[in-house]
Design a binder for this molecule. Sequence first.
Ligand code: ZN
Length: 450
Amino acid sequence: MEIEIATLGGYEEVGRQMTAVRAGDDIVIFDMGLNLSKVLIHDNVETEKMHSLDLIDMGAIPDDRVMSELEGDVQAIVPTHGHLDHIAGIPKLAHRYDAPIVGSPYTIELVRQQIEDEGKFQVDNDLVKMQAGGTMAIGDSEQVEMEFVNVTHSIIDAINPVLHTPEGAIVYGLDKRLDHTPVIGDPIDMDRFREIGRQDEGVLCYIEDCTNAGRKGRTPSEAYAKKHVEDTLTSMEDYSGGIVATTFSSHIARVKTLVEYAREIGRQPILLGRSMEKYSGTAERLDFVDFQDDIGMYGHRKSVNRAFKRIMKEGKGNFLPIVTGHQGEPRAMLTRMGRGETPYEMDDGDKIVFSASVIPEPTNEGQRYQSEQLLRMQGARIYDDIHVSGHLREEGHYEMLDALQPQHLIPGHQTLKGRSPYVDLATSQGYKLGRDVHVTQNGSVIQLVE
Ligand SMILES: [Zn+2]
């Protein structure tokens, strides 16, 4: 059976991930992401109303035109998890393919919301939920099957899809860390990866997330971040002024931890900001988390302002607002608080907890700097980097290679420079650049089996 892999997006950047695998007559697309930094750099761009080709020209979504070179039918579009660099291209591109969108339940709910917000295209693809551990026949050959393996990442319900073919398995390895003690959900299913690696046909190809490939050691578990949050917040137990926390809205495990320790130190947690409400509300509806009835969750401007007024009236010391704005995004809640645009008034000594690291990208770094300075000018104290990454470091990469023993490797989810440490690591394990390690660019097609 012929096997081809088209690397469409995320091979020259972190963002707009998209990869297509053709096995015989059948094609499966993994991820259709958006590179948000290419959008935010322009003022007042409303992507909802934009045409795909304009977004492709901006470098914001994958250029999928090379798909016409693949001789087969797309049978499924498979987002691996709900981060925007994996799903936010779907409203712009999925309608071009007569195929269902297949993902884990939480991912599919977020995809549904993306499609509902789309203002230019009608996206009618079927939305199909499949749990980790589930399998699905691909096409009519009865020779290709897709399986979801449970993985752990900085968003709940992440999976790695595996395409089983007569030539061996193709494992799409974006995005994960090896977490054996996650705060929500099951540990990463390393047993299953080892089984797949030891099947008769073995693993033909492994596509790997190189985000942290150059970092030594092991990415800590979410349980470690939980301890760090506990240590930070309980140290503030005697402080009676304002404490505000911020993290990735989609990082439900972290939001849960912040909610838990807010209560532990006698404060009522309140989630504020549009995406806080969206991601946490969705997680609660799907029973991933139970925040209890008394938690406030507000997204719209008016209800947010009402909540802030209540906090100021009843005393800041009784509350712990968990807000958007961990990267200093100009329109997010914390940035607006820094600019004094909300009814929340900062006092000298108030504490701001960033349960996030700065995404190392000049726009982010500048915006985050600006946000912190504005908060400091009002007397706030900053606690930063109360966080662990969602991506593998070196030791995780060694472990995955050992488990899967793949014949071919395609490093992804990074720039050319960002992938080079992974090439070194793979080389140290007996792989060879150009022979079985394939460093590609967006729009390349690799033929693995002729
Ligand atoms: Zn991700």
